[in-house]
Design a protein around this ligand. Structure first.
Ligand code: CA
Length: 112
């Protein structure tokens, strides 16, 4: 059951990736396993304010209107970290982990 649920969540994410429609209302889906229990949580990134709202886990402000959300497991700890990619400067900012510059304007961030 857990894997079936994950499959449909991954399918939903794949359907949304690359689509500009999710950003048209100021929200971008940000699914991930933010607490590392093996089950993905529902999350959103509110473009206008930089709010990350992860259901049942946290609400934090990280990033802004020109940033692309790039949630992923950056430290290999089996949980998803909040992160943004700022295309104008190539900044990758991963909350509580790192800030590095890699890439430039026109690049598409790839995390999985
Ligand atoms: Ca989880």
């Amino acid at each position: 059951m857990k894997y079936t649920c994950c499959f449909f969540m991954i399918l939903l994410v794949l359907l949304c990736v690359g689509s500009e429609s999710e950003a048209s209302n100021g929200l971008i889906l940000a699914w991930g396993d933010y607490d590392g229990d093996g089950i993905w949580e529902t999350g959103i990134f509110r473009v206008t304010s930089g709010l990350w709202a992860i259901r049942g886990i946290t609400r934090v402000y990280f990033g802004g209107s020109t940033d692309k959300p790039v949630p992923a497991d950056y430290d290999g700890g089996s949980s998803t970290e909040i992160g943004i990619f700022r295309e104008s400067s190539g900044l990758w900012a991963i909350r509580s982990i790192s800030r590095v510059y890699f890439g430039t304007s026109g690049d598409i961030p790839v995390t999985r």
